[in-house]
Design a protein around this ligand. Structure first.
Ligand code: FES
Length: 367
């Protein structure tokens, strides 16, 4: 069967010639019927039908800019908290509005393109024969001629309104994209950075609490070799997004080592309490939380890309892609013996970024 199909293919013009049919009939039991005769559509023979199809396509493209503008208006005008009742479901009004307008705009572009292809573009069936992978110059010239013919047959040259309306529709879809850029947040000026990524809620006198039990950590309860994951006690004054953002930046680890095994620069002499030190938990490479603690070596290993920090040496990087030491939080104890911060982190926590000021970072060999 496959042999019959293979040999009864139409000629390069897509037609089964009488000679080929006779040859096929003499060699194969089933004659090749070839491609069916082309039946003209109404829009091929009636200019008014073609005009009607053109108007339909242009109208659909024309509605897209209106929907795109509606999307932007809804984005800014409908409060994020507004709700509507759809059937028995209460749902977010802004999300529904944005979804409907953008969805309709994309749907209209698709339907218009289908209508254009079905009613106005050429619908002559064509076949092509297999040829070597490399294209000779004549073939490339023929392809370009075919493309130009296709452009001509798409009527975009003669019915310019199709091209303009489609370009307008596709261009208008850029508006929702531009509007959504506002969700990337405020421009990171120096002031914005200082109030956001460069600060945490750590401040003088804030207690260090265990991040599971939320119990304050007492210096005398820490065992040598122990690591505790912690948070600032004032984190619980916050709610919602504010809480989550503060939590992500202010996470710490508290470790206790034998004091004489710690190398402490003069500038950090009073940052520890009898061998208890506190560091940011956020890796300075790309921000993974770290707590793989090697008790014997005092190394802290990041599970993401294996950056390793020496907590007995001011959080210095001893291996891996991180470029900066782990920021250290200066600590002391309060009147009841609980660990408290001496002040905020002296440098921004987390990964580096272009505008970051590195002047206060720990430098290797710092005395
Ligand atoms: S995030 Fe820690 S090594 Fe990459």
């Amino acid at each position: 069967m496959s042999e019959v199909l293979k040999h009864s293919a139409p000629d390069p013009d897509g037609h089964s010639t009488p000679e080929r049919q006779r040859a096929d009939e003499s060699r194969y039991p089933v004659a090749d019927p070839g491609i069916e005769e082309h039946v003209p559509r109404l829009s091929d023979i009636d200019e008014r039908a073609a005009d009607r199809a053109t108007r339909q396509v242009a109208t659909m493209f024309g509605l897209v800019p209106i929907l795109a503008i509606a999307f932007v208006v809804i984005y800014f005008a409908v409060p994020e908290t507004a709700t509507i009742n759809l059937l028995a479901l209460q749902t977010n009004a802004q999300h529904v509005g944005l979804g409907v307008t953008l969805g309709m705009a994309i749907l209209l572009i698709g339907v218009a393109a289908v209508q254009w292809a079905r009613q106005l573009m050429s619908d002559h069936e064509m076949t092509d024969t297999r040829h070597p992978a490399n294209s000779p110059d004549e073939d490339r010239a023929a392809i370009m001629a075919g493309i130009n013919e296709g452009i001509e047959e798409s009527k975009v040259g003669r019915r310019k309104v199709l091209g303009y309306s489609m370009a307008g529709a596709l261009g208008a879809l850029g508006l929702p994209v531009i509007a959504l850029l506002a969700d990337l947040g405020p421009h990171p000026t120096k002031k914005v950075r200082a109030a956001t990524i460069e600060s945490t809620i750590w401040a003088e006198g804030v207690r260090l609490v265990n991040d599971v039990t939320y119990e304050p950590v007492k210096a005398s309860d820490m065992v040598i070799g122990q690591l505790v994951n912690g948070q600032p006690e004032n984190l619980h004054d916050l709610e919602g997004t504010e809480y989550l953002q503060a939590r992500a930046k202010s996470s710490i680890i508290i470790v206790r080592m034998t004091p004489d095994r710690i190398k402490i620069p003069d500038s950090r002499k009073d940052w520890n309490v009898g061998g208890i030190l506190c560091y940011s938990k956020i890796c300075t490479h790309v921000g993974c939380p770290i707590s793989l603690w090697e008790q014997q070596t005092h190394h802290l290993l990041c599970p993401c890309h294996q950056s390793t920090f020496d907590l007995a040496d001011s959080g210095r990087v001893i291996f891996g892609p991180a470029a900066r030491a782990l920021p250290q939080l200066p600590i002391t104890t309060d009147a009841e013996g609980y660990l408290v911060a001496r002040g905020p982190f002296t440098v921004p926590v987390g990964p580096s970024y272009f505008e970051r000021d590195s002047r206060n970072d720990f430098k290797e060999g710092e005395a």
